[in-house]
Design a protein. Structure first.
Length: 447
């Protein structure tokens, strides 16, 4: 079953309606995706104030702004996997005109470069945005306001230049590159630079001291599209979120998407609730971490976040410059779906065989006096401490040669596990990441 039950739908619809009313947002769309598709959506308010009674829908375009960065990041990582760049490469390798030496691709993806936030020229005051040539020229005039990796410093300028790198390496415009790499394979047909002329939410600003919204302009941000130029719909963003939950190799390898979700820098150093990976925000609420991004443009404040473990996503699209925090609505919807109508529990499936070379390895071994239980699940060797929390995944190993295994996930990933046997072939000790494992608990003095 993939749909949301009726009681949970009512609760989700109420969440969207409350956020629209309390936030004084002309139009709001909330959505939940799971099990590979859009599972629920609801609109509150109006798509356009000139058409009362017609709320926005899952097919209404909103400007998703900085959510565009996640697509730029995926394109960069795909280029990395193709061998066309390294995360340790510096800008001048791809943009020889660059006068800023030593700014790496990794720093750019994680907002750890220290480069200034916006392109030169007070672009958000003058509303004059750079073309590609002006972007590169402005990059050379921009300041590096902080030391690399010293602290998080968000930069639209940096992601705009990442878009220029994508364009140069793919020999086409940034949008054409992500359309070919991402949008077409995922059939995200209504994700475009600017509005596509179809159903859309009009953007407004709602002043703090009146209830009369002011219509916001639609901007052409030119070479900044890679950092914030896209418009999309809840339907399309559900497809994107399901890709983030479960990538397809045609676009990006699963291991690479997982790499993008590893913490590179902490954005919230006071409470450790927000970090950045490689292009993705990592937002912690309670015991859960959500992967996604916010977006903000004049008249549109949006968010998409994914709980990758459950394959569930929340989407929030709001048509007001002054809308409340979109990540809270997106994750409120997601959490409500997880807690009120969880997906069915996958049944346990028995294995078919235990590899003969592992029969003497199974059971409890002790390292540094503490037990680890080695078992076989689905034909693979794994290990977990009995004291580990339920949410902590076991270490999983793959055989690379006789009596030698490598950790592929969980504790000590990447490290070797070797088996030492006696003359009869019985395992007598293990070495895991060089640490000795024995059948009986031993003090170091007894080894």
């Amino acid at each position: 079953m993939t749909d949301i039950d009726a009681q949970t739908q009512t609760a989700l619809t109420r969440l969207v309606a409350e956020r629209q009313a309390k936030g004084r947002v002309p139009g709001v769309v909330g959505a939940v995706a799971r099990a590979g598709k859009l599972a629920w959506s609801s609109g509150a308010g109006v798509a356009d104030l000139e058409t009362p009674g017609a709320p926005p829908t899952a097919d209404s375009q909103f400007l998703i702004a900085s959510q565009s960065k996640t697509l730029t990041a995926v394109a960069i990582m795909a280029l990395r996997d193709e061998g066309k760049l390294s995360l340790d490469d510096t800008v001048e390798k791809f943009v020889p005109e660059s006068k800023h030496a030593g700014v790496t691709v990794r720093q750019m993806l994680s907002h750890a470069s220290g480069m200034q936030r916006e392109p030169v020229g007070d672009v958000w005051d003058l509303m004059k945005f750079p073309d590609r040539a002006e972007l590169v020229a402005g990059w050379n005039e921009a300041e590096r306001v902080g030391k690399p990796h010293h602290r998080f410093h968000y930069s639209n300028l940096v992601f705009s230049l990442l878009g220029e790198i994508v364009a140069r390496l793919d020999d086409k415009s940034w949008y054409d590159a992500i359309k070919a790499r991402i949008l077409d394979p995922l059939e995200m047909r209504r994700t475009t630079v600017g509005m596509d002329g179809g159903p859309a939410a009009t953007g407004y600003y709602v002043p703090p001291f009146s209830d009369v919204p002011v219509r916001e302009p639609l901007l052409d941000i030119k070479a900044m599209d890679a950092c914030g130029g896209l418009a999309s719909t809840a339907e399309d963003l559900a497809k994107w979120a399901m890709f983030v939950a479960n990538p397809i190799d045609e676009i990006l390898a699963k291991d690479t998407l997982e790499e993008m979700c590893q913490v590179q820098i902490m954005a919230d150093t006071a409470r450790w609730q927000l970090a950045f990976g490689l292009g993705f925000m990592l937002f912690r609420r309670g015991d859960r971490v959500f992967v996604g991004h916010d977006g903000g443009m004049p008249g549109h404040i949006t968010s998409t976040f994914v709980h990758r473990e459950s394959g569930t996503a929340g989407i929030a699209l709001q048509s007001s410059t002054s809308a409340p925090a979109p990540a809270l609505l997106a994750t409120d919807l997601l959490i409500a779906a997880l807690e009120n109508d969880p997906l069915p529990i996958e049944p346990w499936t028995p294995g078919t065989s235990v590899p003969a070379e592992l029969t003497g390895v199974l059971g409890t071994w002790f390292s540094e006096g503490s037990p680890f239980v080695f078992s076989v699940q689905g034909g693979k060797l794994q290990a977990k401490s009995p004291a580990a929390a339920e949410h902590q995944a076991p270490a999983v190993f793959e055989q690379i040669s006789t009596d030698t295994y490598r950790g592929v996930s969980g504790r000590e990933v990447g490290e070797l596990l070797t088996i030492t046997r006696d003359a009869a072939g019985v395992p007598v000790k293990l070495h895991w990441a060089t640490y000795l494992c024995t059948r009986e608990p031993l003090a170091f003095a007894e080894i």
